[in-house]
Each structure stands twice: as structure tokens, then as C-alpha cells.
Unconditional design. Sequence first.
Length: 92
Amino acid sequence: MRVADLLRLLLLAAIWGGSFVFMRILAPVFGPIVTAELRILIAGAVLTVYFLFQRFSLDWRSNWKHYLVIGVINSAIPFSLYSYAALHIPAS
């Protein structure tokens, strides 16, 4: 593994781990659903900017049902449950 790959992996770990700390702080203030929505909205905005720079077409019109199902199963439900758990589990 190259040094650049290791640094990218460490940055990804810091971003991923930091998001759970912020969720622990935001969930009592905004509630679990709004916290999950904010997290997904920020991730979607970052991906949209990245796709614009890469000139990658998502072909929304023909694939919107697939995107909706994947988004609900892989993002909305898990992050809502994480936010709900942050309200009730005494951990940091």
C-alpha cells in the first residue's frame, strides 16, 4: 500500500468516525429523522458536486425508482436508526 493510499484511508476513517460524533450531538437537538436527513443531504450535495466535476450522468429519468429504493434501504433507514440510537444509548 502506498503512502497516499494510507493517507486517504485515514482521512476516510476520520470523516466516517467524526460523523457519528456529530450525530450524537445533533440528534438530541434536531431529532433523529432531521439528523439523518441532514446527513444524507450533505452527502448528496458532495456527490452531486463530484459528479459534476467528473461529468458523470446519473440518468435520473430512467433510474429514479432504483435510486429511491437503494437510498431508502442503504441510507435513510440505517442513519435514522443510528440517530435514534444516539438518543438512547449511553456511549460516546
